[in-house]
Write a protein that binds this ligand. Structure first.
Ligand code: PGA
Length: 266
């Protein structure tokens, strides 16, 4: 008997696009179709991740016509509960509006110097406050070309995802996004086999940390130039549980990505 498929996640990372007004009007634009799609399948979860200043505006739109399995996520947060951290947002602030938070995106790591240790603190704070962290890992082009991918990924997984408490469901709630940096925003997606084998490797690493049961429960997404034209191939791979979508999540193509995902997982 084959194991049942894990619920797929299609998350849209809007990055620094769409202030409150544009975010609300784009959400209104995609909501009727997106809402219908997520209601049509219990095996899909879709998460919109606008900039933090637009979270309230998108929350209001989603609340006007609530759909199960259509959720809101932040793109980053601080690990402290509160305090003198100008410009930051705290886990409980995120929790008021969101189910999810993206952490350790390669742009945060590269431009804002986020280390694995910092990502780990944020991830533990997210779990503690009942949020679902989507922790991003991925190698850069040079590491990819010199065959260092597994080494880089192993280090990121072991450090960014360390110290999750063994009790409760925390180790099963984590979502990991494998995003090779050379594939982000370049239109040059990884091959399905390439992404699938790194994702299988991530799952194996996670299993050495938290056991086989947790490793087989967690969702591991692929990210990097995902569009409605390539999502079906990625979703056909049994190790790939969904996608973290950047550029294409800013357009109605995002709805098509969700539609094609449902077609494959049905
Ligand atoms: P992209 O971005 O889909 O535009 O390549 C993915 C990401 O950075 O999450």
């Amino acid at each position: 008997m084959t194991t049942p498929r894990r619920t797929a996640i299609i998350a849209g990372n809007w990055k620094m696009h769409y202030g409150p007004k544009e975010a609300a009007s784009f959400t209104w634009e995609i909501l009727p179709e997106l809402g219908k799609l997520v209601r049509s399948s219990p095996h899909i979860l879709s998460i919109l991740c606008p900039p933090s200043i637009s979270l309230t505006a998108v929350r209001e739109v989603l609340d006007a016509d609530p759909s199960p399995r259509l959720e809101l996520g932040a793109q980053n947060m601080h690990f402290e509960d509160k305090g003198a951290f100008t410009g930051e947002i705290a886990p409980l602030m995120v929790r008021e509006l969101c189910s999810t938070v993206i952490l350790g995106h390669s742009e945060r790591r590269a431009y804002f110097h986020e280390s694995d240790e910092l990502v780990n603190k944020k991830m533990l704070a997210a779990l503690y406050h009942g949020l679902r962290p989507i922790v991003c890992v991925g190698e850069n082009e040079q590491q990819h070309e010199t065959g260092e991918t597994e080494q880089v990924i192993r280090r990121q997984v072991h450090l960014s995802l360390a110290n999750i408490t063994a009790s409760g469901n925390q180790a099963r709630r984590v979502v990991i996004a494998y995003e090779p940096i050379w594939a982000i925003g370049t239109g040059k997606a990884a091959t399905v086999e390439g992404a699938g084998s790194v994702i299988a490797f991530i799952r194996q690493q996670y299993s050495t940390m938290y056991g086989e049961e947790a490793a087989s429960a967690i969702r591991i997404l692929y990210g990097g130039s995902v569009t409605s034209a390539n999502i079906a191939e990625f979703m056909a791979h049994p190790d790939i549980d969904g996608a973290l979508v950047g550029g294409a999540s800013l357009k109605p193509d995002f709805v098509e990505i969700v539609r094609k995902t449902i077609e494959v997982i049905l």
